[in-house]
Design a protein around this ligand. Structure first.
Ligand code: CDP
Ligand code: MG
Length: 668
């Protein structure tokens, strides 16, 4: 705490006042809590937990699982030492729910109730209920394999089956074997496939909490829509025009779609007043995972009077958060999904059709408080052809960091780790090859001290971790940390459609001829020079996302602290940035591609064709003959995103095991 932070109300008086305010808020929320379906089931749940070490709890989204169950258990195990962990697949959910529960318990966030997500820890030793991402709990398991700090671990939103959830479940199975009755495991899910969890965990029972739901009328389009974006806009206007009051929840695939629909609604919707019996105006709010938390909180606020709220959301609003007042759901039927091509070892982020289970979950959001309507912007035939359930993420992901974590936890035989649904062998092998290539594993598959151990302790993907380690040897650590922080912060630039040209012009001064990573570095450096009071103006003048920038600075502080605590040298290379490009090459070599005579790039280790992403600063100038890139994004083409020009001749020196001196691939 900074000394300059004087407390105005440091007297007892102030503390009393604050306490009173917290208590008032707590008491005012109690009636709402008592209305939740889970409240009526409290005694039954407590009895089941008393009798079983492992329990699966299933209950409709919004019935109160996430906010109430940890409180029930805290009351139940009040006398037992240790805290309660409740994991969430998403950062936003962890943060928003922690804030809510702190209010419900009448305590300040970070004290009795806290959260911990990557790069943001709001918990303290006195925290009794801690909401954290499943990834964070895995990190804690590195230091404390039996999770001794916790008396109860609740794995929430288990139906989402994220990679981290699946790894965590495997690990918790081992914890159950090794710890006594002082440890309870609760798995919570919003869908009815509890049997699978029960069998896998060897639990003897599942608890079903009866939700409250009202009938929902389903509508499909008669013919396939050409553009689901246009269709979504029309559907919003139509519902607004024809239907009585009630908020509209629209599911889209990602932030770009959400932002662009939001703009369209602001520009065009005022012309479309609601029907004659209805003088409402439209009021659009947006929510997606990469949005800054304070902004995310806005969706929970009610619309101004005489307005109808339209919530434009990603699948984040399917199960992990609940927004009150929704009566109409518009489902575009798509979701952005991480994919991984094990053969090529490439990741992609693609817009794909939802599964039937997801479509049902989305529609269900319309009937929480009264009868509702759901509009599917696809045909019934299309629905019938959808996959019944979503393929678990672990079966379509890059497993590099997961395998590294397992190895770091001392789990050697990763190929036979007891996963609920094992990932394809090819993916596991490929990720082991990557780790071998990075020097994180030795030939026997053991974690190496000089690289593997360090990588497992850095909160970034192994490839970027390697960039940092390499930079420390090359004397450009400061710069590499800044680049990696900018990459982690995401969405640095924004491009308002109506001001494209100004945005491009503003960006010119940051552009590095050597590509996007160094451009990001230039932005970071320039930002540091700007006096604090001018930062926000500077950002808007330069079409830079101020929140992403402050996030980048924050990440940079933390990464740097972590880095120095590992005993690594943190030096700067000044203005000669070649070492930075070399460090990038040393870490991202699996994403090195060379230019072919046809003007297309080919990934050297896999032969995959890739194109420069439209956002790259290398577009529209002479193409460098060799590049490395952060990730592959598949939309209409396979795009290399965040690209840096490198010299091909660096590869054999920097990555000797993979590229031989003749620059032919010796291993791929
Ligand atoms: O986990 P589950 O979907 O079963 O429900 P929950 O997240 O515990 O939410 C229960 C209720 O708490 C919701 O219906 C909301 O009314 C309220 N809530 C809220 O107001 N703000 C939050 N950040 C989270 C929940
Ligand atoms: Mg929940």
């Amino acid at each position: 705490m900074k000394a300059t932070h004087a407390f105005n109300e440091s007297s007892d008086d102030g503390i009393q006042k604050k306490k009173r305010r917290l208590n008032e808020r707590r008491d005012s929320l109690l009636p709402q809590r008592q209305e939740l379906p889970i409240w009526a089931a409290q005694n039954a749940i407590i009895k089941l937990v008393a009798d079983h070490r492992v329990l699966v709890i299933v209950g409709e989204t919004g019935c109160g699982k996430t906010t109430q169950i940890p409180q029930f258990l805290q009351n139940m195990f009040e006398k037992t030492k240790g805290a309660i962990a409740c994991t969430q697949p998403r950062r936003v959910a962890a943060m928003s729910v922690a804030r809510r529960v702190a209010e419900e318990m009448g305590t300040e966030l970070g004290h009795k109730v806290g959260y911990s997500v990557r790069f943001d820890d709001m918990s303290s030793p006195s925290t009794l209920i801690k909401y954290l991402t499943d990834g964070m709990l895995l990190r804690e398991a590195l230091m404390d394999p039996l999770l001794k700090k916790y008396k109860v671990v609740i794995v929430d939103e288990a139906h989402e089956r994220t990679v981290q959830t699946d790894v965590l479940l495997g690990l918790l199975k081992q914890v159950l074997d090794k710890r006594d009755c002082d440890f309870r495991l609760i798995v919570m899910s919003a869908t009815l496939d509890a049997a699978k969890f029960v069998t896998y965990l060897g639990a003897s029972t599942a608890a079903y909490v009866q939700g409250r739901s009202y009938p929902i009328s389903l509508f499909y389009t008669a013919t396939p829509e050409e553009s689901y974006m246009d269709a979504a806009f029309c559907a919003i206007i139509q519902v607004h025009h024809d239907e009585p009051a009630g908020d509209i929840l629209v599911f889209l695939s990602g932030s770009d779609e959400i932002e662009s629909l939001d703009r369209l609604l602001r520009d065009r919707a005022p012309a479309h007043k609601a029907g004659s019996n209805n003088a409402l105006q439209l009021y659009a709010v947006t929510i997606y995972a990469s949005m800054p938390p304070e902004q995310q909180m806005k969706v929970f606020e009610p619309a101004p009077e005489d307005h109808r709220k339209v919530i434009l959301a990603t699948n984040i609003a399917e199960t992990s958060i609940t927004i009150q007042g929704v009566r109409y759901v518009i489902d575009t039927g798509v979701v952005k999904s991480r994919g991984h091509n094990a053969k090529l070892g490439l990741d992609s982020l693609q817009v794909v059709p939802v599964s039937q289970a997801q479509a049902r979950q989305r529609s269900g959001r319309a009937g929480r408080e009264a009868a509702g309507k759901a509009y599917r912007l696809y045909t019934e035939r299309t629905f019938d052809d959808l996959e019944p359930t979503t393929v678990p993420e672990i079966q379509r992901s890059n497993l590099g960091s997961v395998m590294l974590q397992l190895k770091a936890m001392g789990i050697q035989d990763v190929l036979n780790f007891d996963f609920m649904d094992p990932p394809p062998r090819a993916s596991v092998i490929r990720s082991l090859e990557l780790l071998l290539g990075l020097g994180a594993l030795d030939k026997e598959g053991k974690l190496t001290d000089e690289v593997g151990l360090l990588l497992s302790q850095l909160p970034v993907e192994p490839m970027f971790g390697k960039v940092l380690l390499a930079s420390s040897l090359m004397g450009c650590c400061l710069e590499a940390l800044q680049v990696v922080s900018m990459v982690s912060a995401e969405n640095i630039f924004f491009f308002p459609r109506e001001k494209q040209e100004q945005a491009n012009a503003a960006r010119v001064k940051f552009i590095s001829r050597e590509g996007d990573h160094l451009t990001l570095l230039n932005v970071f450096r320039a930002y540091l020079e700007v006096p604090r009071k001018d930062k926000s103006r500077w950002c808007s003048e330069n079409f830079i996302n101020a929140r992403s920038m402050s996030k980048a600075v924050d990440i940079h502080e933390q990464l740097k602290a972590r880095f120095t605590s590992l005993g690594l040298a943190c030096t700067s290379c000044g203005n000669n940035l070649d070492p930075v490009r070399k460090a990038l090459t040393a870490g991202l070599f699996y994403h090195a591609a060379s230019l072919q005579t046809d003007g297309v790039y080919k990934v050297i280790t896999s032969g995959q064709q890739v194109w420069l992403h439209p956002s790259s600063t290398l577009r529209g100038r002479a193409k460098p003959s060799c590049i490395v890139f952060s990730e592959l994004v598949q939309t209409t083409k396979q795009y290399a995103r965040e690209v840096t020009a490198i010299e091909k001749s660096w590869l054999p020196d920097l990555v000797p095991g993979i590229f031989s001196a003749t620059s032919k691939i010796t291993k791929g």
